[in-house]
Write a protein that binds this ligand. Sequence first.
Ligand code: NDP
Length: 234
Amino acid sequence: MPRTVLVTGGNRGIGLAIARAFEKQGDRVVITHRGSGAPDGLFGVQCDITDSESVDAAFSFVEREIGPVEVLVANAGITDDTLLLRMSEDQFERVVNTNLTGAFRVAKRASGKMLRAKWGRMIFISSVVGLYGGPGQVNYAASKAGLVGVARSITRELGTRNITANVVAPGFIETEMTDVLSDSRKAEIIKAVPAGRLATPDEVAAAVTFLAGDSAAYISGAVIPVDGGLGMGH
Ligand code: NDP
């Protein structure tokens, strides 16, 4: 059964791969962007997840044009790495405000219609770094670890209404976010990954579409790693 799917930050990178995967299986897909417009063939809506009015306006637009969001993929995120000693409070809060509070804003806005429909899927894109930690990533890791608490609390609150909330924790994926890493840092990472390579965005998308499907109805509050074994046991 086709669903209405909203992917935040679906204009590029992992979010775009997720959007395309849903599109391929026949769902009604909406992506959010911050002014870049939507990639070919996708329905786009402008939304800044750090601004609850912008989130509300985007959801209202989607509800009018397409219908209520049934599958929410909270994917939009940023990094702003630096060592703890040098990290400003502003740097910490900006990353948490986007990655964690931003996910809260969209989940809260989506939940009303999901409750009414007695069906919904929320998928939060975290990171292996959320559980494993990363030097220079106190802000990012905190924001990504927080998503686990969000998904598990939503699971406890809304589980009886056929609403699931899960976390996908990618390892290192080939996108613009990892393009900025130096070759030596990339080689170091690849050495640490049991699979011996970075992943493609499509490999993350496969886990997300699985969690959104009817066959995953009994999976909630889970953290699904897509990391080539990097974070095993965390
Ligand atoms: P990109 O940097 O390629 O894309 C980030 C996306 O988030 C863009 O669409 C961007 O929009 C959007 N975004 C950023 N801030 C906001 C905001 N305030 N409001 C709305 N949208 C915003 O990232 P990736 O595709 O690599 O990452 C996607 C997700 O996966 C992120 O949450 C990231 O933390 C996570 N992840 C990535 C990994 C990787 O190796 N790449 C590994 C593990 C997790 P715009 O185009 O307007 O800037």
